[in-house]
Design a protein around this ligand. Sequence first.
Ligand code: SF4
Length: 294
Amino acid sequence: MHQPLNNPLFRPPAEADSLILQVDQGCPYNRCTFCGMYKSVPYQRRTLAEVRKLIAGEAHGAPDARRIFLADGDVMRRPFAELREILMMLGTHFPELTRVNLYATGSAIQAKTGEELRQLRELKLHTLYLGLESGDEETLRAMCKGETAAEMAAAGRLAQDCGLRISVMILLGLGGQARLQEHALATAVTLNLMQPRLLSALRVVPIPGTTLQAEVDSGKFTLVTERQVVEELRLIVQNLDLTNTVFRANHSSNIIPLEARLPRDRQRLLAQLDFLLASGHLDSRTPGELPLWL
Ligand code: SF4
């Protein structure tokens, strides 16, 4: 792969100020039914020689970069030796570098030993963005997630035990109306096991061209209403038992932006959600207005 970069380039909102280096293109799995991020992008990995060239070029333009995000989906899937090599190159070319972050799946984390993860941490790998989506195994199966909640929870714990930070994403509404309760309760249970340092709640939005959109169109999947999204989030928050987590629901898909430090702000967050539920402004019959694109 010599040519840059697919467009749009996806990165977590928190990486807005990071230097983005696209060492891979697309997602090696690319089968989640709700995900349209890389549907038209064949998965490719740059060779190490290409990555070296890319890094040298970027270092020329931004030699004082402190934070780097490695794109695209699941860069953690690369073998340990390649990741170590890439992190070493970054350390050489960016003397001010403090942290390198990337998207990871549970299985890609678990393919590394604890010792390997610790070595990657020493080379400034810092935050792994992990899409749990749901703690409900049936919902994950229905969405062809390809990983179980139990596997992702174990991977998250392993990463954090090795000094890495995990930033977990969940998708409100992913169980549809049929599994709203199960999705919410199992997601809280799984998050309690994982104890992520960062937690983001996004709302599922059917993307044109995805299997989920086709299931919505055919009536197989019924989207939760706008009010149910808030009820679901309240149920999750009510059942969370987190010791040190920054929670955000400030993505464009969310109904109102929320941010809290848990457990400290738990009551305030519940009160905000109760206020919203009592406001009379939430649509109880339809999903309400959805963003066109995430
Ligand atoms: S959700 Fe993540 S793992 Fe699933 S297809 Fe999209 S990028 Fe790949």
